[in-house]
Ligand binder design. Sequence first.
Ligand code: TYD
Length: 154
Amino acid sequence: MNVQRSLVLIKPDGLQRDLLGEVIGRFERKGLKIVGLKLIRLTESMLDEHYAHLADKPFFASIKEFMMQTPVVGIVFEGIDAIEAIRKLIGSTNPRQADAGTIRADLAMNVPSNLVHASDSVENATVEVKRFFKDEELFQYEKITDRYVFGEGV
Ligand code: TYD
């Protein structure tokens, strides 16, 4: 069974639009386990690292400014193949092109206010969880639903 952890950030548009519960609820209903959860006030240096792959883009300064407008909600989810499962749930970067049923398609219209960030690879998930969460902020616990959600792990 390939149990993974992935980092999700709910962006300032999610907080401003009162969509935190809706977004978290979609991940919960899927069966992803919350192992870390907090509000984070992002700094420019955190964002320089987090969006380093976009540093040469013309919109780099404006997405950093956007991400610092309010605190964001940081969540670490755990589940079988969680990284890919979460990327499928959130949908593609442009909410107008994302598949119907995904968080971005159903709840957003606009890049960069596309509501959520989620790790896109095992390597990035490892780095991103460490970037935003200390070890003591991550929890391991059993839920009575684990046997139904995790099943035989297929
Ligand atoms: P990226 O890592 O390419 O996408 P994703 O969030 O789907 O992994 O981009 C990070 C964020 O940067 C994206 O969620 C919104 C913003 N962005 C723009 O504002 N304009 C753009 O053209 C792109 C590609 C991204």
